[in-house]
Design a protein around this ligand. Structure first.
Ligand SMILES: Cc1cc2nc3c(=O)[nH]c(=O)nc-3n(C[C@H](O)[C@H](O)[C@H](O)COP(=O)(O)OP(=O)(O)OC[C@H]3O[C@@H](n4cnc5c(N)ncnc54)[C@H](O)[C@@H]3O)c2cc1C
Length: 459
C-alpha cells in the first residue's frame, strides 16, 4: 500500500506547481526538498533599505502567460520593467549612451544600431549574423531539435567555430557571446556549446519576445513562499532524495532524513545535472546518463546594487547596460515603481564568473564596483548595499540560469530528453518545450508532469 500517490522531488517553482496541480486532482502528494527553504532558483532576501530583492530570477516575459496567470491568482501586483531613457553600451574602453530600439529584432543587443556610433561595417556584419541565427532558430523544432535541417553539422560545430568560419569580427562575436552568456539560456561560452543548441534556445525562448518585460511588486521570491505555505502539510525541507527504486507494485523514494516513502509515481523536478546524484533502481539507461552528463549548468553570479534612489533616471538613462567589461555583462534597473530605492541588477556569467570566484573577497568586490562605475558613473561605486549571490556555489543548483548542452549532445542523445524512466516523470524548467530555463518553462513542465502523473494514476 503506497504512502502517497505521488512524491515530488524538489520544491522549486516547477515542483511546487506540479504538487499543487496534483492536489487539485485530489491526489495525496509529498514534496521532498533538499534545502532548508522552498523556491530553489526562486529566492529573495530582505535588504537594509527595507525592500526585498530577488537573488534568483525576477522578470516575467511578454508572453509568459502561465506565470502571469499564477501571479494574478496569488493576488500579487505586476509592473512594467523600466526601460525609459538611453542605455549604456560599453565597448573597447568607450562608454556610449544610445536609445533603445522599439523591437529587439531591429536592434543590436537592444540598442538602435545607428545610434551607437560604431563602424557601420562592423554593425552590419553583427546584424547579418544575428539574422542568420534567427533564421536557423525558425528552422529548429522546439520538441525535437535533433531533427532540424542539417542538425548533425550544426550540433557538431561550436558557436565559436561557426563564427570563425564566417570570419566574424569582434562586435559580431560580442553579440553572440552575449546571447550565450546572459541572453536567456545563459552561462556558457562560445566554445562550450553548439550552434544547434544556441539556435534552439532562440527558437524556444526568443530574446525578441521580451522575456524581461515585467516585475512583481515586492519581488518574485514571494511566489515560492506562497506556493509552499499553501502546501505546508505536504512539504518536507532538508530532505535530499538519494535513491528512487521501482518495483512492480510501487516506487520507493529514500531521502537523507532516513524516511522511505512508497508512491505510485514520482516527479523529479530538479536541474538535470543533479539527477545524476540520485541512485535509480533500475538504473537510468546509458542514453539517459549520457544526456545528463552533457547537460551542465551555466556559470552565473547575480549582483544587486542598492542606492537611495535610481539616480541614473535623472540623467535620462534607463539602467540597461551592456558591454565588454571584465565582469558585468548586463545591468538592468530593477527598482520598485518610483525608483526608491534604486536597484541595479547585474550578472557575471560563464568564464568571467569562474575567474571572479577564484579571487579574494576584496578583489571581487572592487571589480564589481569598478564595472558599475564604468556603466553608471562614480555614484554607482558607492551603493548603500551590495549583494552578490554566487549560484555556482549552491550545492542544490550548481550554476544558472539553466543547463546547456555540449556540442553533439542533442543529435547523439536528444531523443531521451523528456522520456519518463519507469514511473519517474521529469519536470523542472529544463524539461519544458517553451521557455525552458525560465519561470514560464518551470510552470509549463510542472503542469505537464502533473497531467501525465494524473493520467497514469487514473480516476
Ligand atoms: C540568477 C538567476 C536569474 C534568473 N533570472 C530569471 C528571470 O529573470 N526570469 C525567469 O523567468 N527566470 C529566471 N531565472 C531562471 C528561473 O529562476 C528558473 O528557471 C526557475 O526558478 C527554475 O525552477 P525549477 O523548479 O525548475 O528548478 P529549481 O528552482 O532549481 O528547483 C529545484 C529544487 O530541487 C531541489 N533539489 C535539488 N536536488 C534535490 C534532491 N536530490 N532532493 C530534493 N530536492 C532537490 C533544489 O534545492 C531546488 O529547490 C533565473 C535564475 C537565476 C539563478
Amino acid at each position: 500500500m503506497a504512502d502517497v500517490d505521488v512524491v515530488v522531488v524538489g520544491a522549486g517553482l516547477s515542483g511546487l506547481i506540479c504538487a499543487r496541480a496534483l492536489r487539485r486532482q485530489g491526489r495525496q502528494v509529498r514534496i521532498l526538498e533538499a534545502r532548508d527553504r522552498p523556491g530553489g532558483r526562486l529566492h529573495s532576501r530582505a535588504t537594509a533599505l527595507g525592500v526585498e530583492v530577488d537573488l534568483g530570477g525576477q522578470w516575467g516575459g511578454r508572453d509568459h502567460h502561465h506565470l502571469a496567470a499564477l501571479i494574478q491568482e496569488l493576488g500579487l501586483g505586476r509592473f512594467p520593467s523600466p526601460y525609459d531613457g538611453d542605455g549604456v553600451f560599453h565597448w573597447r574602453g568607450v562608454r556610449r549612451t544610445a536609445p533603445l530600439a522599439e523591437r529587439f529584432a531591429d536592434s543590436l543587443l537592444f540598442f538602435q544600431p545607428s545610434a551607437l556610433g560604431l563602424p557601420p561595417r562592423e554593425v552590419s556584419e553583427a546584424l547579418r549574423l544575428q539574422a542568420a541565427l534567427d533564421k536557423l532558430a525558425r528552422e529548429v523544432p522546439a520538441i525535437a531539435p535533433w531533427t532540424a535541417p542539417n542538425a548533425l553539422a550544426l550540433d557538431q560545430t561550436t558557436i565559436a567555430a561557426w563564427l570563425d568560419g564566417q570570419q566574424a569580427g569582434p562586435l559580431a562575436r560580442h553579440v553572440f557571446r552575449w546571447f550565450a552568456r546572459v541572453g536567456g539560456s545563459g552561462g556558457f561560452e562560445l566554445h562550450e556549446s553548439s550552434l544547434l543548441h544556441l539556435a534552439w534556445t532562440q527558437a524556444v525562448a526568443p530574446q525578441s519576445a521580451s522575456p524581461e518585460d515585467w516585475l512583481v511588486e515586492g519581488g518574485m521570491g514571494q511566489v515560492g513562499r506562497r506556493l509552499a505555505a499553501e502546501q505546508a502539510d505536504a512539504l518536507r525541507l532538508r530532505a535530499p532524495v538519494e535513491a528512487i527504486a521501482e518495483s512492480a507494485a510501487e516506487v520507493r523514494v529514500r531521502h537523507s532524513g532516513g524516511e522511505e516513502l512508497r508512491a505510485r509515481a514520482v516527479v523529479v523536478a530538479i536541474p538535470p545535472a543533479l539527477r545524476l546524484a540520485i541512485q535509480f533502481s533500475p538504473p537510468l539507461p546509458p542514453a539517459w546518463t549520457a544526456w545528463l552528463q552533457r547537460a551542465p549548468m551555466g556559470g552565473m553570479v547575480k549582483v544587486l546594487a542598492l542606492y537611495p534612489e535610481a539616480f541614473w533616471r535623472q540623467e535620462g538613462l534607463s539602467g540597461l547596460g551592456i558591454g565588454d567589461l571584465s565582469l558585468l555583462q548586463l545591468t538592468a534597473d530593477s527598482s520598485p515603481p518610483g525608483g526608491r530605492p534604486g536597484i541595479l541588477a547585474s550578472f557575471i556569467a560563464a568564464d568571467a564568473a569562474a575567474h571572479w570566484q577564484r579571487q579574494p573577497e576584496a578583489t571581487r568586490r572592487a571589480g564589481v564596483l569598478s564595472d558599475l562605475a564604468s556603466y553608471w558613473g562614480p555614484q554607482a561605486a558607492t551603493p548603500t548595499e551590495l549583494i552578490v549571490h554566487n549560484w555556482n556555489a549552491e550545492p542544490w543548483t550548481r550554476g544558472a540560469f539553466t543547463s546547456f548542452l555540449t556540442p553533439g549532445a542533442w543529435t547523439a542523445h536528444g531523443p531521451i530528453w523528456r522520456q519518463p524512466h519507469g514511473r519517474v516523470i521529469w519536470a523542472g524548467t529544463e524539461a519544458a518545450t517553451r521557455w525552458p530555463g525560465y519561470f514560464e518553462g518551470a510552470v509549463e513542465a510542472g503542469l505537464a508532469a502533473a497531467a501525465q502523473a494524473g493520467a497514469w494514476l487514473g480516476g
